[in-house]
Design a protein around this ligand. Sequence first.
Ligand code: ADP
Length: 163
Amino acid sequence: MNIAIYPGSFDPITLGHLNIIRRTAQIFDKVVVCIMINGEKDTAMFSPEQRVRMARRVTERIPNVEVDYFNGLLAEYSKRYDKPVVVKGLRAVTDFENEFTMALINKKINPELETMFLTASEKYTFLSSSAVKDVARHGGPLEEFIPIEILDDVRAIAGKGKY
Ligand code: ADP
């Protein structure tokens, strides 16, 4: 079975992430969306539990996708699977620089681990979780950025104004 691991902070999951997940699910037998809890960005708005819950809700109708979380190194997590491939989305040159370095580091730690890149759909090249958080904090419209199933959650949490 060909397994893809799609790691990230997903704080929160966006339509750009979902686009990569759907496309990856058409290529691989199984996709594991892995919410990485280590290296927590200081700007995290959603707890790991909230992020997992939202990611599960928006992917529940895609049969070969599951959502997991991990506190540690991706190169270690990936050892749970037989020859998995790490999939990452590339939006711009800046993504490329970071992702290229990460892929090389992962390969140093786990030489069997391959990383593949999918180009972002042009509809979503502008979209990031940080942008979603900025818009949410200011009560702006989120319909074009995040899946409809999590609109209320994101609005409610962002609306608490702690961030
Ligand atoms: P962000 O950069 O939005 O905070 P993550 O750290 O959760 O997101 O990113 C996880 C993966 O998803 C990374 O490979 C990132 O490049 C990719 N990604 C994020 N947003 C998009 C998008 N709009 N289109 C395609 N890929 C994306």
